[in-house]
Design a binder for this molecule. Structure first.
Ligand SMILES: C[S@@+](CC[C@H](N)C(=O)[O-])C[C@H]1O[C@@H](n2cnc3c(N)ncnc32)[C@H](O)[C@@H]1O
Length: 190
């Protein structure tokens, strides 16, 4: 399965919301994450971090970020993007069994990953374990026009089953995606 994502890696950042190359799109994601994450400095696990765009953006804001992804080609790009910045590191590993210390993260961030995991309840239990007492999950997910993904209703149910209280925010602003959208995209804090 990670081979499929390895194959996506070279062109992954071409999508506006992946590479955040447009300054307006980058600023929109920076602002969105600032609104929903604890204030920096805070410790963030970015699970299924891909090419590390969000990890690096957050490191530049003063967060301490550990990125995890099972696709070596994604992680190679994340490491190149981070360069020698302090406060950000990456590991090749399963997102549903991240080799990170329990009860130490102020936030677990995961964008567009939960939908792809086989055992979502087990993954969420593990992600909750990573959180410090007042930590929070910040998940960005969607149910896309392609027919894949997770509806907000389903994600909220999974989070309640994991013992968390979800609050969902619709992400309808075209600037986040590089253009208008016609499907369901959202961020959940729990
Ligand atoms: C749609 S991409 C999102 C990447 C990044 N979160 C972002 O928003 O730019 C999904 C990522 O999750 C990773 N992924 C999928 N299943 C995974 C798993 N079981 N363990 C670790 N990483 C996984 C893929 O390799 C890919 O990098």
């Amino acid at each position: 399965m990670s081979e499929l994502w390895d194959a996506e890696a070279p062109s992954f950042d071409d999508e506006p919301d992946h590479g955040l190359r447009d300054p307006a799109t980058r600023e929109a994601w920076r602002d969105l994450l600032h609104r929903h994450l604890p204030e920096p400095p805070a410790r963030v696990a970015d699970l299924g971090c891909g090419t590390g765009t969000l990890s690096v953006l957050l490191a530049d804001e003063g967060y301490a970020v550990d990125g995890v992804d099972f696709a070596p080609e994604m992680v190679a790009r994340a490491r190149a993007k981070a360069g020698d910045r302090p406060g950000v590191g990456f590991v090749v590993a399963e997102a549903d069994e991240p080799p990170l210390s329990a009860h130490t993260y102020d936030a677990v961030l995961s964008r567009h990953v939960l939908w792809a995991l086989r055992d979502q309840p087990a993954a969420l239990r593990r992600w909750v374990d990573l959180l410090a007492d007042d930590g929070r999950l910040v998940l960005v997910e969607g149910f896309w026009h392609t027919g894949t993904g997770l509806t907000a209703t389903r994600t909220e149910a999974l989070l309640r089953d994991a013992g968390r209280a979800p609050t969902t925010y619709r992400l309808d602003d075209p600037v986040l995606w590089g253009g208008p959208i016609r499907d369901e995209r959202y961020l959940v804090v729990a």
